[in-house]
Each structure stands twice: as C-alpha cells, then as structure tokens.
Design a protein around this ligand. Structure first.
Ligand code: GDP
Length: 522
C-alpha cells in the first residue's frame, strides 16, 4: 500500500433510484481515476462478477482498497472514498446510517425519468443531515426530458436550487457535449465504440463550438444565459449549506461527464471536517484518533463467521494494531484485524485517515452508532433510529430452538437489521419487529433460518405508525382499543397505532399525553 495518508480526502455516496446507473457510474469513476483501462469488460449487471476480480487484482497491484461498503481510490493527489448505499428497491435504515459516514452526496437522476421516489427519499435524508448534494443527470445519450424542465423539477420537488456547472449541447439522445458554464467553452464528446475506452473529450472555444455544433450550441448558450439571469450560477456557500446543487450532465455508460464529476468533487465537495460530539463541541480532524461505527455486518461469509463493524475515521490517524477505547463500555478494543473487505476477500488496512472507512473484524462488542477513540475521550451522537412503519410479531417455529431464537434476534437488533420492541403483555417469546421498509423482515427471516438455525413465523400487525411517549403515559394510551405501547431495545417507549387518525383521536380524548413523532425516513 502506498502511503495515502497525507493526501486530502473526499468521502461521498451516490444516491439514486434503482437503475439510474449507480453501478455504471461507480465503475466509470474508477475508470476515470485511471484505474481501469478497459471499461467494456465491467459494464452491465451480468459483467459485474468480472469487476470484482478486476478490482481485487487492482487492489493488489495498485494499492487501492475496495470493499463492498467503501471503495477507495486515488485521483489527482487526492484520496476518494465512495461509500456504497444499499442498492435494493426497498428502503431501510441502512441508507441513513451510510449517509452519516459521508461528507457529500452525488444524486444521480435518469434523464428520461427525472426524480423518482427513491431519489426523493434519499435526498430528504441528505437534507436532514445537511449534506451538500451534487446532481448528475445521467443517460443523456438516450432520448429523455428537456433539461430546463428537469431543473424545474429539482427545484419544485425538493426545494433545492439547481446551479448547473455544465449545460447539454444537443437534445438527449443526440448529445454533442456540454457547455462549461464556468469557462464558456465547449467540452465536445466523441462517441467511441460502446464506450469501451475512456471517452475522448475535446475542449473547444465558444467560436469553435459555434462552427462545430451550430444551432445546438446557440440554443445551449441561450439557455445558459437564462440560467444566469434566473440566479442559477454556482455559489459555494449555498451549496455547502445544502440550499443549491451544482448539476452536471453525463452518460455514465459512455463515460462522458465522469471526469467532470471527479474534478467537481475535488474542487467543490467538502473535505472531512470536525465531527460534532454528543456532549457538545466537536472533534477536530487533527485530534487523537476517533471513529464511529455506521454499519455492522455478520454472517457475510462462511469462512469468516464473525462480526464486522465498519467505522468512519473522524479524527487522527488509525494504525492497525492500535488498542483503542470503546466509548460505550470504556473497554479496550484491539484493532489487530482491521481490514478492507470485498466479498469473500479481505486485505489488511495499515493506516487510515479522517474520511476513510475501516472494517473491524471480531467486533462483537461494537454496535451501530458506537464511538471508538484513542487518547482524549470522544463520543459521537447516536445515529437516529427512524420511525418504523411496518410491524410483525415474531416467534420461533420449533420451541426447542428458543435459545437460538433469542440470540439471533439480539444479534440482528444490535446490527440494526430491524428494531425490536417488547412488552410485558407479549413477553419474550414473541417480540415485535419493526421496520422502515418491509424488506428488512425478509432479511431477518432468512438469517434466522440459515445463520441461527431458528426458523421463525412472522404475523403482520395492523399498525403503521409509532409515536414516542413516556412510561407514565403508557397505561392511559394502552387503554384505548387498537393501540399498544411497547419499549424499543434502546429504551424508547413507543405507542403503536393503526393510522394517524387513531393517534389524533387518542390525542383529543387524552389531551395531556405525550405523543411525539419520531424522525421520519421518507
Ligand atoms: P443501478 O441500479 O443504479 O446500479 O444502475 P446500473 O448501473 O445497473 O444501470 C442500469 C441500466 O442502465 C444498465 O442497463 C446500464 O447499462 C444502463 N445505463 C447506466 N448508465 C447509462 C447511461 O449513461 N446511458 C445509457 N444509455 N444507459 C445507461
């Protein structure tokens, strides 16, 4: 591994609706970082297995470290960490946690589809976390929507003012390149066979552009002026404050606009900064080492049956082998087995800097949201648990396996796979599992069966809303029919309602009770 330590970091995630091109863009970014010479081999879902081995080989030969959670590569004297957000269509809390580990996000939008439900939800999480967002309008090589119309949609649907850095020359599907709004020049794009090699980009002056692209150039120039007149120029402070979003037009498949995205990330996206502490104040990046766990995973691989905690380095330098303190328990935690992980293969990470992600093996004590530190103590705030909207009661099918059932549920709870609610009424035999997205239940069922050998039965409960209350009011609230009060494993007391009308009616009939909304995911 080369010494990547002193280089500046950019740590970001790509958020998108499935099929907008996140995987294609990820691969194209790596290509443009001059790591993959030949993109043809790695495009498309069928080809992705090839990508894994290519990456593994690259990891060894070029010193990039890659994991299924975070991909790290060098670009123009910087180190870029691309943290993966869960790809499935359903929405779960994992995404929120991943977004707590990055400094900015790239919102990928399909030019033909515009903003899709998942894009909107993910964007709201970014807004909530105050993350600066760079927008990439992808698939501009295919017929799609009008560019100005897409800008209007971003502004009206998510309240973020778009400030395009580039503007397309030619309609979607007949795309010649982009007008660089900062230089006024034309970045001409030449289509190569299947986008197999790095797309050649030529930089032309405005005069040359007019000769080359004629009417399309004129139209792009006019629209770009309209944007300026309308306050659509990039402003760094409103971007960092999450009020405006720089926009780029791209075709990830044809590798166009991808270099511009990387350059934009380096130039505009924030570097890792101070991390707020639970007790107030913040941990500066050059303070003693600290990191927080944003993801815990177990049972990934039969050869490595242990628990892996992914931590984002917040301050100081991580060195493998250091013994750090687990803030929640005050106990020492040895980092002898710190790894980067990709699928089944792991390789040791020797050092890591603020913004980097390390995988800690044998991390049985670590939970999502935990802090580890060296030297001066630090504790970061808990990552929020979001309002669950789906509820089932779970019990083990074979009563003889109850012990395994209990262990499994506890483990999945600690990993944050699902929220676990209990009450005296239901007892320990049948806890309630609560999820933000129903796919979380499928994960629970599968893992209980294959990993803990305790198949479970789940029965849907007719609740769709959980509100926070206090133990003193539990009795009053549970006196209403169709309402139940349970305690989440983090100690939060939750009142479960079939719908918001029922909650409103309880509020009217028992005006003194505490019923507060939990943070909402989407
Ligand atoms: P993900 O689900 O967001 O990871 O999307 P993928 O990267 O798997 O892309 C979904 C589909 O869109 C694939 O068939 C890609 O080849 C295709 N695709 C991605 N980017 C582009 C693009 O820029 N242009 C075109 N025409 N197709 C694209």
């Amino acid at each position: 591994m080369p010494d990547l330590d002193r280089r500046p970091r950019r740590t970001f995630a790509v958020i998108s609706h499935p099929d907008a091109g996140k995987s294609t863009l990820t691969e194209a970014l790596v290509l443009h970082a001059q790591v993959i010479a030949e993109a043809g081999a790695v495009h498309g879902k069928a080809g992705r297995k090839g990508t894994v081995s290519d990456w593994m080989a690259m990891e060894r030969s070029r010193g990039i470290s890659i994991s299924s959670t975070a991909l790290q590569f060098a670009y123009r004297d910087h180190v870029v960490n691309l943290v993966d957000t869960p790809g499935h269509a359903d929405f779960s809390e994992d995404t929120y946690r991943v977004l707590s580990a990055v400094d900015s996000a790239v919102m990928l939008v399909d030019a033909a589809k515009g903003l899709e439900p998942q894009t909107l939800k993910l964007f709201r999480v970014c807004a909530r976390r105050g993350l600066p967002v760079i927008t990439v309008i992808n698939k501009w090589d295919r017929p799609g929507r009008d560019a100005l119309e897409l800008m209007d949609e971003i502004e009206s649907q998510i309240g973020l003012r778009p400030t395009p850095l580039t503007w397309p020359v030619g309609v979607p599907g007949d795309f010649h390149g982009v007008l660089d709004r900062r230089t006024g020049g034309f970045v001409r794009y030449t289509r190569t066979a299947g986008g197999a090699t790095r797309a050649p980009e030529e930089h032309l002056t405005a005069e040359a552009a007019l000769a080359a692209a004629g009417e399309d150039w004129e139209r792009a120039s006019e629209e770009a002026e309209l944007l300026t007149a309308d306050g659509g120029d990039h402003d760094q402070s409103t971007f960092l404050a999450g009020r405006t979003t720089p926009v780029l037009f791209a075709s990830a498949l044809l590798n166009f606009g991808v270099a511009q995205l990387l350059d934009t990330l380096l130039e505009l996206a924030p570097a890792p900064g101070p991390t707020p502490l639970a007790a107030g104040g913040a941990r500066e990046v050059d303070a003693d080492f600290s990191a927080y766990v944003f993801k815990v995973q177990a049972g990934m691989d039969a050869n490595h049956r242990d628990r892996l905690a992914y931590a984002r380095v917040c301050s100081g330098v991580f060195e493998r082998g250091m013994v750090v303190t687990h803030a929640a328990t005050g106990k020492p935690f040895a980092t002898k087995y710190a790894h980067t992980v990709f699928g089944k293969e792991r390789s040791s990470v020797e050092t890591a800097s603020p913004g980097d992600i390390v995988g800690l093996v044998n991390a049985n004590a670590l939970r999502v949201g935990d802090t580890i530190y060296d030297g001066v103590p630090a504790e970061f705030p808990e990552i929020e648990s979001f309002a669950p909207e789906h509820f089932v009661s779970a019990r083990v099918i074979d009563a003889g396996r109850y012990k395994r059932f209990r262990r499994g549920i506890e483990q999945l709870d600690q990993e944050g796979v699902v929220q676990v609610l209990r009450s005296e009424l239901r007892g320990d035999q049948a806890p309630v599992l609560a999820a933000v997205g129903p796919m979380q239940f499928e994960v629970v069922a599968a893992r209980m069966e294959t990993e803990f050998h305790a198949p479970i039965r789940m029965d849907n409960l007719a609740y769709s809303l959980a509100l926070h209350t206090t133990p003193e009011h539990a009795g009053t609230i549970s006196g209403f029919s169709g309402v139940e009060v349970m305690t989440r494993s983090d100690g939060t007391v939750l009142a479960l309602f079939p719908d918001k009308w029922k909650a409103d009616s309880v509020r009217r009939q028992a005006p003194g009770v505490v019923l507060e909304a939990l943070p909402v995911g989407g």
